[in-house]
Design a binder for this molecule. Structure first.
Ligand SMILES: [Zn+2]
Length: 336
């Protein structure tokens, strides 16, 4: 039996730059129709010129595959309405990082004083530019996302016309928030549907599963699974696939990030067929995102999978993927 996925979208992706970009971009553009590209480069993408140049480098790296990079800016509370107006047609959303919370987020927001953010967020509301947020405080690592709930709440209440995407949610608290505010949406990764902290550090330490936000408790994973498997219309797939070279992962001060882009569709297919159905996977992987990000154009692509063993490569360039060397039960047979 063939499984067909139409125009899969990855609504949270890290492609990096330079040689890494050249290695990883084709591993997404092959099977996805488009992806929201995160702006946390060094230095972060904060100008129209930098954004346009980065987009060119991405298009260069993917060659002639039909794939749309949905570009994002790194949020600054100094962005004026004039600036946002001038860049609006080039971007899909603006990504807000609390300062210093994850890879290359040092220049992010320090404190969430509404008065400070008001001018930029009001302008974004008026221009209908969505705000994507990495929602973690700098508290105790297991509590950071739950502690951020009050900030999500305050932003959702103070800016009711701003579309806010809670990126890569990992807790039951974030799941519960979805239905409390009309303007809150969320992305969910593959790895947070699969693993808990036990898989990362319960036995021998598994650096390739270490990520931010860190994987949480079984009940948190259950809450994520519930909304993903029923394809809650406010959730969409965002891999947060984040490549680091092997030496940076298998090391003291191991970098945070799980590389899942090349295996995401195969594993999601197995997971959904086991716990849900193909219709809901189609919504989770593409249709919900089209409903949430109303203004994206999505290239038509059909991904045909079959139940047939697929051995995950041990490495892509210098990057070790999730499930490296393991056998998956579904394989991509054809892309049309
Ligand atoms: Zn990310």
């Amino acid at each position: 039996m063939s499984i067909i996925l139409n125009s899969p979208l990855d609504m949270h992706l890290h492609l990096r730059d330079g040689n890494m970009l050249k290695v990883v971009a084709p591993l997404s553009s092959y099977q996805f129709s488009g992806a929201v590209i995160m702006p946390n480069l060094v230095p972060p993408i904060t100008t129209k010129e930098a954004l346009v140049e980065y987009k060119k480098r991405i298009l260069n790296a993917i060659g002639n595959s039909s794939f749309k990079p949905y570009m994002t800016l790194f949020f600054k509370s100094t962005y004026t309405k004039e600036f946002l107006q001038s860049v609006k047609d080039e971007i899909t959303s603006i990504k807000l990082y609390p300062a210093g919370i994850t890879t290359n987020s040092e220049g992010g927001v320090d404190g969430f004083d509404i008065d400070n953010l008001k001018e930029t967020l009001n302008a974004m509301s008026e221009l209908e530019i969505p705000l994507s947020i990495h929602g973690e405080t700098n508290g105790f690592v297991m509590d950071r996302e739950a502690e951020f709930i009050s900030i999500y709440t305050s932003l959702a209440q103070n800016f009711p016309n701003l579309k806010i995407i809670m990126e890569h949610i990992t807790t039951k608290e974030s799941v519960n928030l979805l239905d409390r505010f009309e303007n809150l949406y969320a992305t969910i990764t593959l790895h947070h549907l699969l693993i808990t902290l036990d898989d990362v550090a319960g036995g021998a330490l598994e650096p390739h599963l270490f990520c931010k936000p860190i994987a949480k408790r079984p009940e948190d994973r259950d809450a994520l699974r519930e909304v993903a498997f029923k394809a809650h219309p406010k959730v969409m797939f965002g891999s947060d696939s984040a490549p680091h070279p092997q030496y940076a992962k298998e090391a003291s001060y191991c970098s945070a990030g799980v590389f899942t882009a090349p295996i995401a569709l195969q594993v999601l297919t197995e997971l959904f067929l086991e716990h849900s159905n193909l219709v809901n996977l189609q919504s989770f992987i593409s249709d919900n995102a089209k409903g949430i990000y109303k203004n994206i154009s999505v290239p038509k692509k059909q991904v045909i999978l079959e139940k047939e063993p697929y051995i995950v490569p041990k490495k892509y360039g210098e990057v070790v993927p999730m499930y490296a060397g393991k056998r998956l039960n579904y394989t991509i047979k054809e892309i049309k």
